[in-house]
Design a protein around this ligand. Structure first.
Ligand SMILES: Cc1cc2nc3c(=O)[nH]c(=O)nc-3n(C[C@H](O)[C@H](O)[C@H](O)COP(=O)(O)O)c2cc1C
Length: 185
């Protein structure tokens, strides 16, 4: 099962990066699959450690995916990377092995520490819609603006019916980001 998380890493100069990533848990290990173009790929090669943050704060997913946004965070215990202030729980990992043969890498990390800060809020359709809209926003260059705007319009009723203020803000932020996008060529 793939879990949607926010992965934090730092580069060799200690600059932090937070990116939504689908990860898989395998016993005491975490499998990350960043694309070659992702800062996360570069950072995992440079510093070989990070934190997988589990959060239901979908505004953080939206902002970290399409902005160079550094959310409120604190230092992890065992690795150089940030724990989100709004994480429900987290796992700190050290990269044990990697496969860089394809455009989407496989980094297998050993969990070296973990923690829990607060309860997960529960299922919500607007939160789900924001996660889907965030994925669409990161694929604008592949799908094109019109297709992404159509898909976002299909998701909007879920937000209108069930969102709180943060989900509404996140969804509007993504819709505006897609509106502003200019397709290449
Ligand atoms: C829910 C979700 C899951 C994602 N999973 C991945 C992933 O597994 N690998 C990846 O490279 N990008 C993934 N993305 C897209 C990245 O978050 C996005 O491209 C981001 O800009 C990459 O950040 P980085 O360049 O700072 O590493 C995902 C986005 C979302 C919203």
């Amino acid at each position: 099962m793939i879990l949607e998380t926010i992965v934090s890493t730092v580069d060799r100069d200690g600059r932090p990066n937070f990116a939504p990533m689908g990860i898989t848990l395998e016993g005491g290990r975490v499998l990350l699959r960043p694309f070659r173009t992702a800062v996360t790929w570069k950072n995992l090669l440079e510093t070989r450690e990070g934190v997988v943050n589990f959060t239901d704060n979908v505004l953080l997913f939206a902002r970290c995916a399409v902005d160079a946004f550094t959310p409120p965070h604190r230092a992890a215990h065992r690795v150089r990377a940030g724990i989100l202030e709004d994480a429900c729980s987290w796992k700190e990992f050290v990269v044990e092995s990697q496969d860089l043969g394809e455009d989407r890498g496989r980094f297998l990390g050993r969990v070296v520490d973990e923690g829990r800060a607060r309860d997960f809020a529960g299922f919500n359709r607007a939160k789900h819609a924001v996660i889907e809209a965030t994925i669409l926003a990161t694929r604008l260059h592949l799908l094109g603006r019109e297709r992404v705007l159509e898909e976002i319009a299909r998701l909007r009723p879920l937000v209108d019916k069930t969102a709180g203020a943060a989900e509404r803000e996140a969804f509007d932020f993504l819709a505006e980001h897609a509106q502003r996008w200019r397709d290449a060529g």
